[in-house]
Write a protein that binds this ligand. Structure first.
Ligand code: NDP
Length: 327
């Protein structure tokens, strides 16, 4: 809920009629662990940050269930509840949190200008980008319906819930191999569904997979459908052999996707330096981007770790770098 006597409340009321132009020292884009941690640190440094929640408020953790690997929660915590706590903590120290999404940026000079889908315009001295990344999915209808009920794009987050179960993982890259190996610590059997007749993964990862008796690689195999939503959890997959075209059912308890992530950097293409996969480039061991005063933290600049705790860590770094920059 917007807080009365704050510019947030004022802005929301005005946004219905007249878009607002607002100035801030620090604008944060995105509301995952990186964005909120940056907000907590920036607010405690008296920078009065303003945070736009973006398209997926709370980020990727809101689509997971139990989070058991974030230190400080020995009993685990539900992803959405955890993000609510992050938000409350950021608000407690005075972060203005707006349900708005950046749609246009002008980073050619300071103050930077960010326009939003509510028609608002923010002028900021510094910008922290924490727009995250989105796991790629196959695009099947039931796959979305069964997210968190057998379908997952994060084996490290959800593998534990498949103790002694049969699971399938789609993908043939290093992530798929790594996650398949991780899943063998819990599941009784792991089927790797690879769409071609070879892996994309490095040889060393391939070897580890081939050497693991719990993993069975099914080449030339694509997922056509996920069954059975009526039961409210995954019970089987409809698969296709890409060589013969034959379709068949395969019983399983879980479907993991490891077919890559896409960083949410559309807005910054051609503006900030990105790597060949679209991740924002930052200075070594820093969150500073190719434009002075613009910082990036969390998954939007991290193709490797992609954990809540590492995102939070880089969020902290970004806020500290902003503070130093403004000094
Ligand atoms: P990659 O892009 O390397 O691999 C994606 C895999 O998913 C490929 O096998 C691809 O198949 C498959 N795929 C993509 N789309 C579909 C689809 N629609 N249906 C079925 N399969 C699909 O992504 P990763 O996340 O694995 O790795 C990203 C980067 O991170 C890489 O550079 C990797 O080396 C690195 N990494 C390194 C690790 C390590 O060193 N331990 C661990 C994890 C990642 P196809 O090959 O046919 O295109």
């Amino acid at each position: 809920m917007p807080r009365e006597n704050s510019s947030l409340w004022f802005l929301e009321k005005r946004a219905e009629d007249t878009p607002m132009v607002m100035k801030t020292k620090t604008l944060i884009l995105g509301s995952g662990p990186a964005g909120y941690t940056a907000a907590i640190y920036a607010a405690r440094a008296n920078l009065s940050p303003l945070l736009l929640k973006g398209l997926q408020p709370g980020g990727q953790l809101t689509i997971t269930t139990d989070v058991e690997n974030y230190p400080g929660f020995p009993e685990g915590i539900q992803g959405p509840e955890m993000m609510e706590r992050f938000e409350n903590q950021a608000a407690r120290f005075g972060t203005e949190i707006l349900p708005d999404t950046a749609t246009e940026v002008d980073l050619s000079k300071r103050p930077f200008v960010v326009k939003t889908n509510l028609g608002n315009e923010f002028h900021c001295e510094t910008l922290i980008i924490s727009t995250g990344a989105s796991a790629n999915y196959l695009g099947l209808e039931n796959e979305q319906k069964l997210q968190g009920r057998g379908v997952s794009a994060c084996a490290t987050c959800d593998g534990f819930f498949f103790k002694d179960k049969d699971v399938c993982i789609v993908g043939g890259g290093d992530s798929a191999c790594e996650e398949a190996l991780y899943l063998t610590h819990h599941a009784s059997k792991v089927h790797m569904l690879v769409r071609r007749d070879q892996f994309r993964a490095s040889k060393i990862m391939q070897k580890r997979v081939f050497d693991n008796p719990k993993i069975e690689v099914q080449w030339n195999t694509s997922v056509v459908d996920v069954l059975d939503p009526a039961e409210g959890k995954v019970t089987a997959l409809k698969l296709r052999n890409n060589k013969t075209g034959e379709e068949f059912l395969q019983k399983t308890d879980g479907l993991f996707l490891a077919i890559g992530h896409t960083p949410n950097t559309e807005l910054f293409k051609g503006v900030l330096e990105c790597d060949d996969k679209g991740y924002l480039k930052t200075k070594p061991n820093r969150t500073a981007t190719s434009i002075e005063g613009v910082f990036a933290c969390g998954d939007v600049q991290d193709p490797f770790y992609r954990q809540a705790i590492t995102a939070a860590g880089t969020g902290c770094m970004a806020a500290i770098e902003v503070e130093k920059f403004l000094e």
